[in-house]
Unconditional design. Structure first.
Length: 133
């Protein structure tokens, strides 16, 4: 039950932050969802770093990983918003924006995988409390 609470609280904070970023960055002038894109980039980067560090160093407890990765990053990044915005581009016939958004999201996914693999190779020297890359 405690683990569900960690996911719930993290997801709530992540969702509220995603909504706020969307309100600030999404514009009606050109229709490009910069807020969703920014949230997905930041969230993917964060989840890559969190899971990479958790796997390599075991510096995060299971509860911390649930709160940060599953909860916060899961609420912050969202496939449903991405799918909805793609549907709007498809419905309006704006294939240029649709293809651009798919391309950017793919590059984001590739970059976040790279960061996760890179962070998984970081070692922590606990005697000096510094991170050596």
């Amino acid at each position: 039950m405690k683990q569900l609470l960690f996911v719930f609280v993290g997801g709530g904070f992540g969702s509220v932050l995603r909504y706020a970023i969307g309100k600030c960055l999404n514009t009606t002038e050109n229709g490009i969802p910069y807020g969703t894109f920014a949230a997905n980039i930041l969230g993917s980067l964060l989840i890559g770093i969190i899971l990479g560090l958790a796997a390599k160093n075991e510096t995060l407890s299971q509860n911390s990983t649930l709160l940060l990765a599953t909860g916060f990053c899961g609420g912050f990044t969202t496939f449903s918003t991405f799918a909805y915005e793609n549907h709007l581009f498809l419905k309006s016939g704006d294939f240029t924006k649709l293809c651009s958004l798919y391309h950017c999201q793919f590059c984001d996914w590739f970059f976040s995988r790279f960061c996760r693999n890179f962070c998984g190779e970081i070692s922590v020297d606990t005697s000096f409390n510094v991170i050596d890359c």
